[in-house]
Design a protein around this ligand. Structure first.
Ligand code: NAD
Length: 365
């Protein structure tokens, strides 16, 4: 089992990565000296596969488990659903000594984390992530929250978990589209920070996407990505600067998701398109070479680039880039490639340049 310790101001917690380890969760939670009562929050699809072994492990470690299962999916990541979870915890007479476990993908993690950050002004929680997105990204760093009818992730809080417990064998039941979408973040990590990881992906991408890696290699891959996320988060806990590099591909990617009302692309699919757009901008700005751009895009093409973006008006996508949180003084702040494994935060990028990146993607895919 790999162990990565995340040391932040006021919170240090271990991230365990292993294969077939869900049965060991209860023992690890007992070591944390948390209260006896706990809520195990998950969604219906994850419950089908993993609720029973996780609940059993927690019960046999002496915890009193309230199982909270909700429909799941991005549509359910809202305050009404949170209210329903609060109601179940209040009815069960959960006091300040209780804690929460989030079992599932990024939606469960963000929402259960938000519940933990606000229930009785905050109770401890742990993350048991079961998607690639959640294992390499959303479970680490303490960003929690829900969507509002007027926008994604607008309501939330920073609340660090006490433990992140990653069982990579859970990835084997993930639907193919979720796997590909999650792999977009893995490729992004390699592009921003780790050329060696990029070379590994060039070598083994199809095996990863088909989940045909042996357990040791899969654990290594996930742990390496956890390491990258942990390193960046440690350097910049509250998103003052460096953490923005995790947003590589996200300015155009988010704009595409928003311009298509979040219904057409999975987040990772939109990020793939965003990475290609940003890659072209970096080439035009002479930050990196044509060769680097091609190397990036070749890997993304093997992963699968969704087609048909030309049917969405360029202006509509461009308009959505203007609500990007990184924007300063009417100009975009973009994360652009310097070389494979290194990016730069570039201020003052004009809309025409951003448009050229969007058009490039539209012309090709
Ligand atoms: N907090 C952060 O720092 C952060 C970072 C990135 C993304 N996010 C958030 O994460 C969310 C996306 O997360 P996601 O992609 O994990 O989506 P998700 O949680 O909706 O999971 C995707 C689907 O896979 C199912 N599923 C989960 N694990 C499974 C498994 N092991 N086997 C079979 N099915 C499984 C789920 O039920 C769901 O239907 C977004 O809401 C995004 O805003 C947060």
């Amino acid at each position: 089992m790999h162990r990565i310790d995340l040391a932040l101001t006021g919170a240090t917690y271990p991230i365990f990565v292993g294969h077939d380890i869900l049965g060991e969760l209860g023992g690890h939670c007992r070591d944390l000296a948390l209260g006896r009562q706990m809520a195990l929050i998950t969604d219906e699809s994850v419950a089908e596969h993993y609720l029973q072994p996780v609940a059993e492990s927690l019960r046999s470690a002496g915890f009193q488990v309230l199982e909270v299962v909700y429909a799941g999916g991005e549509e359910s990541k809202n305050l009404q659903e949170v209210e329903g979870i609060f109601a179940q915890m209040i009815k069960a007479e959960f006091d300040r000594g209780t804690w929460i476990a989030a079992l599932g993908g990024g939606v469960v993690g963000d929402m259960a984390g938000f519940v933990a950050s606000t229930y009785l002004r905050g109770v401890p929680y742990i993350q048991v992530p079961t998607t690639i997105v959640a294992q390499v990204d959303s479970s680490i760093g303490g960003k929690t929250g829900v969507n509002h009818a007027l926008g994604k992730n607008l309501i939330g809080a920073f609340h660090q978990p006490h433990l992140v417990f990653i069982d990579t064998s859970a990835l084997r039941s993930l639907p193919r589209r979720e796997l590909v979408s999650g792999m977009a973040e893995v490729v992004k990590h390699a592009l921003i920070r780790d050329e060696e990881l990029f070379a590994f992906l060039e070598d083994r991408l199809e095996d990863v996407a088909a989940m045909e890696l042996d357990p040791e290699t899969l654990d290594w891959l996930i742990a390496r990505n956890v390491g990258i996320k942990a390193e960046v988060v440690t350097a910049d806990e509250k998103e003052g600067g460096l953490r923005a590099i995790l947003n590589y591909g996200h300015t155009i990617g988010h704009a595409i998701e928003s311009a298509t009302e979040y219904g057409r692309y999975k987040h990772g699919e939109a990020v793939i398109l965003g990475l290609i757009g940003a890659g072209e901008i970096a080439r035009r700005e002479e930050l990196w070479s044509e060769q680097e751009r091609r190397r990036q895009d070749a890997l993304l093409e093997r992963l699968g680039v969704p087609e048909g973006l030309a049917s969405v008006a360029t202006e509509r996508i461009l308009a959505r880039t203007k609500t990007d949180k990184k924007r300063v003084n009417g100009k975009s702040r973009l994360i652009l490639g310097r070389r494979i494994g290194e990016v730069e935060i570039v201020e003052g990028v004009g809309d025409e340049t951003v448009r050229s990146g969007i058009e490039y993607v539209q012309q090709r895919y």
